[in-house]
Design a protein around this ligand. Structure first.
Ligand code: KIV
Ligand code: ZN
Length: 536
């Protein structure tokens, strides 16, 4: 048995399918690059046949990542496999990941196929994919609820047809750990060619058991584990990659010295980036990456930790790259110290970006007494996204604003924006200062939009905390997200609004539409509509 576990990350496919987690092209590429930095073995970049946006994202990620396998998902249909191949073929290490549901429930009601027809389809389509790409993964969707004898026949057929990875999903999160482990053990023991392929597990979290089930799969011989950062994904989500990795690292006494390529020190940075991009906050009590994961509130715990950290800490902050919220730099710090601290926090930028970031840092020092690591991370993440359009004369930038607000009056805002050399000022009224300020922007840019979502949160604890505003704006072309950061919440809101307006006006990439999720359920319709697979 190969004694290392491969991490297959599907944040950009299964994760992105979940409501609230859609990303645009630039965001997907940023996330994919960070996943490469984290050291996952496979990045599942999307479901190319689902929409032109998904196709383009998979192509771009395939052309960008150099050190990981890039997988594209497809149903076991010729047109899907062709699209998946077309999208990943430029990757340094491409993989076609094809799937077909195998439980009687799915075969009968969703696919309207018999077991024998499914077996034939799997054999034909895996062979077809293998003719196009040397690395083919086959997933038996709903494997856990599939009749065990039939599942063994399916696995054997897929391996004979050329699949080198066989994935056994618990698609609906129904399994409990000992049963799930037994399924993996059964397949290994009963399928004659099982050792020619890597067995993979893909567990959903409907009963909160996705990580436990994944670990049971590994304990029984699975050597690829699929999951998402922070456990995002369809419904209750997928197994959280960071939890599986830290369980293997922390409990190597139990799991044995299983090797893996994942750099656990990059975990927090990756989770933070996902939260920054999607605007979905990490719950404070989230295992491994939550703000409280290393906090000790009670006196007894604090006393124990001071005496010996191992009393209440089973892993170190450093092992997951969690930064302490300590005062690190101030207004007298030089650029060298600033650059070094950013590097220690996992951010490496070119000199031009360091320069911009240093300016933002200095003006933050003027407004805020203590600049903490968390402030620096927020600045760094904000700069990485804002810099994409920096110095571009076709973008609107904030020049100044004044708001007037009170509990017995309407709010008003005077906003001045600049585009290239042109400065435009407008006044607007609203039921609150944010409303008035955004209304003034709408008047200046002369492009109506609706505000679909608005969130404001403090990045750090104190009264002078940086506030981060996130907005989702939409027009007829789609939905656009923007972020803004400032110690002034109105300024943060205006900056967020401008980021979204600029991508809207420049025909930037709108957020995904969840098409990947819908297409998964159309297999039968496609078969009946004549897209089914002609004899090869
Ligand atoms: O949950 C599932 O079964 C899936 C497959 C498509 C791999 O996501
Ligand atoms: Zn899934």
């Amino acid at each position: 048995m190969n004694d290392s576990v491969r991490f297959f990350d599907t944040t950009l496919r299964d994760g992105e399918q979940a409501p609230g987690y859609s990303m645009n092209l630039e965001e997907k590429i940023r996330m994919a690059l960070q996943l490469e930095e984290l050291g996952v073995d496979v990045v599942e970049a999307g479901f190319p046949v689902a929409s032109p946006g998904d196709f383009e994202a998979v192509c771009s990620i395939a052309g960008t990542l150099k050190n990981v396998t890039v997988a594209a998902l497809c149903r076991a249909l010729v047109k899907d496999i062709d699209a998946a191949h077309e999208a990943v073929k430029k990757a340094a290490r491409p993989r076609i990941h094809t799937f077909l549901a195998t439980s009687d429930l799915h075969l009968r009601y969703k696919l309207r196929m018999t077991r024998e027809e499914a077996l034939e389809q799997i054999g034909k389509m895996v062979a077809y994919a293998r003719g196009k790409c040397p690395d083919v993964e086959f997933s038996a969707e709903d494997a856990f609820r599939t009749d065990r004898d039939f599942l063994c026949r399916v696995v054997e057929a897929a391996i004979r047809a050329g699949a080198s990875v066989i994935n056994l999903p618990d698609t609906v999160g129904y399994a409990v750990p000992d049963e799930f482990g037994r399924m993996v053990a059964d397949v290994r023991a009963r399928v004659p060619l099982a050792d020619r392929a890597i067995l993979s597990v893909h567990c959903h979290d409907d009963l909160g058991l996705a990580v436990a089930n994944s670990l049971a799969g590994i304990a029984n011989g699975a050597r690829q584990v699929e999951g998402c950062i922070c456990g995002i994904g369809e419904r209750a989500g997928n197994a959280a990659i960071e939890e599986v990795a830290m369980a293997l690292r922390t409990r190597h006494d139990h799991f044995g010295e299983l090797g893996y390529n994942l750099r656990t020190e990059q975990i927090c940075k990756t989770a933070r980036l996902l939260a920054t991009i999607t605007g979905v906050k990490i719950a404070p009590n989230k295992a491994i990456v939550g703000a409280n994961a290393f906090a000790h509130e009670s006196g007894i715990h604090q006393h124990g930790v001071l005496a010996n950290a191992k009393t209440y800490e089973i892993m170190t902050r450093e092992s997951v790259g969690a930064q302490a919220s300590t005062l690190v730099l101030g207004k007298h710090s030089g650029k060298h110290a600033f650059r070094t601290r950013l590097k220690e926090l996992g951010y490496t930028f070119d000199e031009e970006r360091i320069e911009t970031l240093f300016e933002s840092f200095k003006s933050l020092c003027d407004r805020k007494k203590a600049v903490t690591d968390r402030d620096l991370c927020a600045l760094a993440e904000n700069t990485a996204s804002a810099a994409d359009g920096a110095g571009d004369d076709s973008r609107w930038v904030l020049e100044s604003f004044v708001v007037n607000s009170g509990n017995r009056m309407s709010s008003s805002a005077v906003v001045t924006l600049r585009k290239g050399k042109k400065s435009v000022q407008e006044v607007a009224l609203g039921t609150g200062p944010v409303y008035a300020a955004l209304r003034a922007v709408e008047k200046i840019v002369k492009h109506p939009f609706s505000l679909d979502d608005y969130q404001l949160q403090a990045v750090t604890e104190h009264r002078d905390a940086l506030g981060e505003a996130q907005v989702k704006l939409s027009d007829a072309t789609g939905t656009y997200r923007g972020r803004g950061l400032s110690t002034d919440v109105i300024e943060a809101s205006l900056l967020a609004c401008l980021a979204a307006v600029n991508s809207m006006l420049s025909n930037g990439h709108a957020l995904g539409t969840g098409a990947a999720s819908n297409v998964q359920h159309q297999f039968a319709e496609d078969m009946l509509a004549g897209h089914s697979d002609k004899p090869l």
